[in-house]
Design a protein around this ligand. Structure first.
Ligand code: ZN
Length: 503
């Protein structure tokens, strides 16, 4: 076989692995949208079989041989070329997949299946003790996993790398320390003026079908293409991607809380626009996908917060919204509505947190996770440690563990190392948007006209098309000329919320 034949062979094999992943994603989507309750057991078997087959196909020695043969050749190619990137990224995935014994993967999946149940019950009863033994097992298994995967400096590096390739714990800690120093006094200053913003209008009665229709209108304007995707309802909103031409989002609607569907829909559409924008040539290869969870989240948050919670966006949309809901919004104008959707309030639940306090919820989890896997904190002492940090960062104490350390699903499914990516996404979203405005000064004026094509085209050209070719820092440097930094993000928060709260 010559090099071309070998590349063809490699792509054929990788394409089959992708097909299995996508089939598994379709089943997962169905499970969360339309599958009847009693379908769970059969579905779990089907998913386990597909995942096992995909893992076997991907870790086959034949793929390893091809990758090793190509490595030398790829080193001579342009770093950014499709071929060099395919070999580089696939090899990274392959080496990692090979390092972890299948028995450990199985053990983790068995333990987390049980832990998901004990966590669900523990949260419902707000009884941490019900979840504690399973969480202890999960932490031990994650420590083992990290040791198999290997790390240079801190054990958390290995876990973080699963979600944010090439980012280190030290880098994230430095970013978070910088944020903390500025955010803590800022949140305190805002808390002094808690009454300055009234968001009661958001809790009035909003017809569900009208909310749904309004959301569809917004995301069509943003560029969500219904010939390449669809939206359905689910308990927890998510985005999933089955390949070129098929990206799905879900949303949920609350009749008495307008932001739930509205901003949830915009958020998931931000993810979907990224997935819809990979270059055709990357289809059915490991390069087709978001660069990392942090980069993916930068897209959802850019659209949800930087655009969707901006004054300019509502200059265009508020008159339309009020025409749909004349009763609920009769006493509101653009300004009062803009303030309402940007109200800052220290709260217990991360997913309900505003833009300013959100990162403090993440900091807390990042620090506790590090302490757990470095064995500086015992699982049994987690509730107390959680509450102490809530007091320190947000000035409030959760009344129970359901509103404290039991609130998130992540630990029960073994996702330690995940949380940091939410904040990295927020930080990157502003760095990207600032650059977009430098490149296209009329962008804010376009948004005020309900025109989003300019922003989407910029994102497609600079970010979306590359798929998984680059890491977050590589993308940041390519697009904005510097690595991920917090100064754009902090300037954005201080300007926006300083104005709203008169600080
Ligand atoms: Zn998201």
């Amino acid at each position: 076989m010559n090099l071309n034949d070998k590349l063809h062979e490699l792509k054929k094999r990788l394409g089959e692995v992708e097909d299995l992943h996508r089939a598994s994603a379709v089943l997962g989507w169905d499970q969360q949208t339309y599958m009847p309750l009693r379908g769970t057991a059969a579905r779990a078997e089907q998913l386990a079989t597909l995942d096992k087959l995909a893992h076997e196909l991907f870790t086959a020695d034949a793929i390893g041989d091809l990758l090793y043969k190509f490595e030398e050749h790829a080193a001579k190619l342009d770093y950014e070329s499709d071929e060099a990137s395919l070999i580089r990224v696939t090899k990274r995935d392959y080496d990692k997949a090979k390092r972890v014994p299948p028995a450990l993967i199985e053990e983790i999946s068995r333990t987390t299946a049980l832990a998901l149940e004990s966590w669900t019950q523990a949260r419902a009863e707000s009884n941490f003790k019900l979840f504690q033994p399973d969480l202890e097992k999960i932490v031990e298994l994650e420590i083992q996993l990290a040791n198999y995967m290997g790390y240079a400096e801190r054990i958390y590096d290995a876990l973080l790398d699963e979600y944010e390739p090439a980012m280190t714990t030290a880098q994230v800690a430095a970013i978070f320390d910088g944020l903390k120093a500025e955010l803590l006094p800022f949140v305190r200053a805002i808390a002094q003026k808690a009454d300055a913003v009234d968001d009661a209008c958001l809790h009035r009665e909003y017809d569900e079908q009208k909310q749904w229709n309004f959301g569809i209108d917004v995301i069509k304007r943003m560029g969500f293409d219904f010939e390449h995707g669809r939206q359905d309802k689910s308990v927890h909103p998510f985005t999933t991607h089955f390949g070129l031409g098929d990206t799905r989002i879900t949303t949920r609607v609350d009749k008495q809380f307008l932001p739930m569907a509205l901003f949830g829909t915009i958020h998931e559409t931000g993810h979907a626009l990224y997935d819809m924008g990979y270059r055709v040539e990357l289809d059915r290869t490991p390069l087709e996908g978001g660069a990392s969870l942090g980069v993916h989240e930068s897209q959802s948050r850019l659209w949800e917060n930087v655009v969707g919670r901006s004054r300019g966006f509502w200059k265009f949309y508020f008159p339309r919204l009020r025409a749909e809901f004349p009763q609920a919004l009769h006493d509101q104008d653009v300004e009062s509505f803009y303030r309402a959707i940007n109200k800052v309030q220290p709260s217990f639940i991360r997913v309900e947190a505003d833009e300013v306090t959100y990162s403090l919820h993440i900091l807390l989890r990042f620090e506790l996770e590090n302490d757990l896997v470095e064995r500086k904190l015992k699982v049994a002492d987690l509730p107390e440690a959680w509450n102490a940090k809530m007091r320190e960062y947000l000035g409030i104490t959760p009344p129970d563990d359901a509103q404290g350390c039991l609130q998130d699903i992540h630990w029960s499914i073994g996702s330690i190392g995940y949380f940091a990516t939410y904040s990295l996404g927020s930080i990157f979203s502003v760095q990207l948007f600032d650059q977009a405005v430098r490149d296209i000064p009329s962008l804010p004026a376009q948004i005020e006209q309900g025109e989003f094509g300019g922003l989407l085209a910029w994102l497609r050209t600079n970010l979306h098309q590359h798929g998984r070719k680059f890491t977050l820092d590589e993308l940041a440097k390519r697009i904005t000329g510097e690595p991920l930094q917090t100064k754009s993000y902090m300037r954005y928060l201080k300007r926006k919320f300083g104005e709203i709260y008169g600080l």
